[in-house]
Design a binder for this molecule. Structure first.
Ligand SMILES: Nc1ncnc2c1ncn2[C@@H]1O[C@H](COP(=O)(O)OP(=O)(O)OP(=O)(O)O)[C@@H](O)[C@H]1O
Ligand SMILES: [Mg+2]
Length: 244
């Protein structure tokens, strides 16, 4: 098996009747960026959390050829499956540096120091503020910190839940450019959840379109290079709300 992540027949229920995800299957190759696009409530976060082991799901999740479906979240993190939640969820009362330490709590001290330096080098905006309380960061800087905290765990697959949420396009571009740089250097695979197709196109290789908890379409980034094909995908899968 050459896939890094292989999700097959994944379903997620909240309670007995509320099905949020229905029989979803997809793969992520080593070093690949795969995007899940869909409107609010389509099931994007539920899929990511089920892959990370944070909520239960039916179906199978294989990582690096091994069935991790029954593993708790912390064991998936140790194998390199790391979820960066939407809405950032950093700890405001702690400093930037302490937040990073939290992301690498299970990593030996010397390695943790190396990774902290790597993250601060990658995001100079937060390096200047490393010893300040995290609540003093701007929205974009908080997003950089959240991603940095995810990188501290040493991910092989980073699950990024709407990193562009609430950010100005220029900041989103900056964050995505940094992700592109990490990817070029480390062969990190990324599963990206987004609502905005244009921004997602900057970084991803494969796109899955999600509606009502099910995958309704798939395109490669190469398929969507011309604007007519992009518009066709938006009309078919996302609707007017996501065209911006
Ligand atoms: N904790 C929960 N309890 C009950 N239902 C939930 C819960 N979390 C999500 N849902 C429902 O599951 C469905 C999918 O939600 P999910 O958060 O996965 O969507 P999403 O695509 O991430 O949406 P958004 O773009 O708004 O973040 C929705 O109908 C939502 O109401
Ligand atoms: Mg969500």
């Amino acid at each position: 098996m050459t896939d890094l992540l292989n999700v097959s027949g994944l379903s997620v229920f909240y309670g007995a009747k509320a099905q949020a995800v229905e029989n979803v299957s997809f793969t992520v190759g080593p070093g690949q960026v795969t995007a899940l696009l869909g409107a609010n409530g389509a099931g994007k976060t539920s899929i990511m959390k089920a892959v990370a082991g944070l909520i239960p799901g039916r179906g199978r999740v294989h990582f690096d050829g091994q069935d991790i479906s029954a593993l708790p979240a912390r064991d998936r993190v140790r194998r390199g499956v790391v979820y960066v939640p939407e809405g950032r969820e950093i700890v405001g009362d702690m400093t930037v540096r302490e937040n990073l330490t939290l992301g690498g709590y299970h990593v030996p001290g010397r390695e943790r120091k190396r990774r902290t330096d790597m993250v601060l080098e990658l995001f100079p905006e937060i390096a200047d503020k490393a010893d300040r309380s995290a609540w003093r960061l701007s929205g974009g800087e908080q997003q950089m910190l959240a991603i940095g905290r995810g990188l501290m765990a040493g991910p092989r697959l980073l699950l990024l839940d709407e990193p562009s949420l609430g950010l100005a396009p220029m900041l989103v571009r900056r964050v995505f450019d940094r992700l592109g740089a990490i990817r070029a250097e480390t062969n990190l695979a990324i599963m990206l959840v987004e609502q905005n197709l244009a921004m997602t196109m900057r970084i991803c290789d494969e796109l899955h379109f999600l509606r009502g908890g099910a995958i309704v379409g798939h395109r490669s980034a190469a398929d969507l290079q011309d604007s007519a094909a992009r518009q066709e995908a938006i009309d078919a899968y996302l609707g007017a709300a996501s065209a911006a």
